[in-house]
Design a protein around this ligand. Structure first.
Ligand SMILES: Cc1cc2nc3c(=O)[nH]c(=O)nc-3n(C[C@H](O)[C@H](O)[C@H](O)COP(=O)(O)OP(=O)(O)OC[C@H]3O[C@@H](n4cnc5c(N)ncnc54)[C@H](O)[C@@H]3O)c2cc1C
Length: 419
């Protein structure tokens, strides 16, 4: 907890979620003075009932955590994802239709000449990531102002001044909004935000299987939304089951026995007996994209800049890629004695991240519309597309590396190096 109001700060991070905390660690590793302002007490955020999700973390994003020294602690809770199986309409469960022959299969071994022994990604429960990142911030004495919300920000001649709901006022060269989708500072700055709802919510729970999952992730595309089985440690799996809002709400509200019957009719018996070991959580799904990545002395990062459907598990990864680019831009600018909140510096960050953020959001939106659909014409088109995709040489490898955050002009942290 920070004491003096007039401590000199380079950067104030509004929002200490997984993206904001990683940014704080990255900036501090480059010698910058940082404060993180977080509205929600960490004791609540680390509670088992707060966030039931697990995230697929791209292998290059994991390299960033290794470079920042938190990788080993997170690795203790991470499950390798060595293979991804994507099917169209085919479910292992008894209530499913006849299996269709169309599927995509990605294997880490296909790109191992470039990645060594790295998997396609790691599945980690969010509560474990939050715990390790929070502990690292505390151990490294990063200024943490919690619980406190940023309510306002203004430019006062060469510095940004931020007001908190506690009445405290802080000044820094730059303010980063890592506030998630509902960013107050983004709206206050007048940055336009495009957003829509998919009429889908994800029901998330954790299960334990009898037979080994073999580090394989399964994603089954169904007309109501994807049904994903994502491998976790201790032979558990995170289930992300998307349905129309009303059905998803009903699934979360129903009794355990009835829920199990619905669940097992989709999951099937291919991994032996399955026990539900986690609570049920509900997440409404939509898309949100900010029209600018910065304005004045405010930069956007993570879900505050782009919130996407979890269909390919890319949301947090985009935020972690933002972290790597912004940290490199700011640390190098500080070494050159540049103003961290200047347009010259922030435009470098925006140029680095704009295309990937917008193109990934558009592609994910297209996937949701194409796959969450029972229209027979669309279905034929996508099945033909899957068949073609499998045959184009090099395309599968490119997609795996791209999803692994290892393509394009990679910031140092994504290569596993400190700035
Ligand atoms: C069902 C589901 C599954 C997903 N699976 C994956 C996956 O497999 N892989 C993946 O990469 N992504 C996945 N995602 C996306 C991922 O969860 C998000 O992209 C990620 O959590 C966003 O992190 P963030 O730190 O940017 O924002 P948030 O997690 O929203 O954090 C924002 C923080 O800011 C704080 N805050 C907000 N406003 C203020 C303020 N004014 N002052 C102070 N504090 C404030 C909040 O309390 C919060 O702690 C999934 C999403 C869903 C819904």
């Amino acid at each position: 907890m920070m004491g003096a109001m007039d401590t000199h700060l380079d950067v104030i991070i509004a929002g200490g979620g997984m993206a904001g905390m990683t940014l704080a660690l990255a900036l501090q590793s480059g010698g910058l003075q940082v404060a993180v302002v977080e509205r929600q007490p960490y004791a609540e955020q680390l509670d088992i009932g707060f966030d039931g999700r697990a995230s697929a973390i791209a292998y290059a994003c994991f390299r960033q955590w290794n470079a920042l020294g938190v990788g080993p602690a997170i690795a203790g809770h991470a499950c390798r994802m060595d293979e991804i199986m994507v099917t169209d309409g085919h479910l292992p469960g008894a209530a499913s239709r006849r299996p269709l022959p169309f599927f995509l299969n990605f294997k880490a071994g296909e790109i191992s000449d470039r990645t060594g022994d790295e998997p396609l990604g790691y599945m980690v429960e969010n509560r474990h990531m939050r715990h390790v990142l929070y502990q690292a911030m505390k151990d490294r004495h990063i200024n943490l102002i919690v619980p406190a919300g940023v309510v306002d920000m203004r430019d006062t001649g060469g510095m940004a001044e931020v007001t908190l709901d506690t009445g405290q006022v802080l000044k820094a060269s730059l303010v980063v909004s890592a506030e998630g989708r509902r960013s107050r500072l983004r709206d206050k700055a007048g940055i336009g935000y495009i957003n829509w709802d998919y009429d889908q919510s994800a029901v998330v729970t954790t299960v334990q299987m009898e037979r080994p999952h073999g580090n394989i992730a399964y994603e089954h595309f169904l007309p109501s939304g994807p049904f994903a089985i994502l491998p976790l440690t201790e032979n558990r799996a995170c289930i992300v089951w998307s349905e129309k809002h009303a059905q998803a709400k009903a699934l979360v509200a129903m009794g355990d026995g009835l829920f199990y019957d619905h669940f097992i009719s989709r999951f099937g018996e291919f991994l032996g007996d399955v026990t539900i070991v986690g609570e049920r959580f509900l997440y409404p799904l939509g898309l949100g994209l900010a029209e600018e990545m910065y304005r004045g002395r405010l930069a956007l990062l993570g879900d505050s800049a782009h919130g996407i459907h979890p269909i390919a598990g890319q949301g947090l990864n985009l935020g972690l890629k933002d972290v790597a680019a912004l940290a490199e831009v700011l640390i190098e600018a500080a070494r050159l004695g540049e103003d961290l909140g200047s347009e010259l510096v922030l435009e470098r960050y925006a140029r680095w991240r704009r295309f990937d953020n917008v193109s990934t959001s558009v592609i994910m939106d297209g996937f949701v519309r194409l796959f969450s659909n029972g229209n027979p014409l669309l279905r034929t088109a996508r099945d033909v597309g899957m068949g073609l995709f499998n045959r184009v040489p090099g395309l599968r490898q490119f997609v795996m590396e791209d999803a692994g955050a290892a393509t394009g002009d990679m910031p140092k942290l994504l290569r596993g190096e400190l700035v």
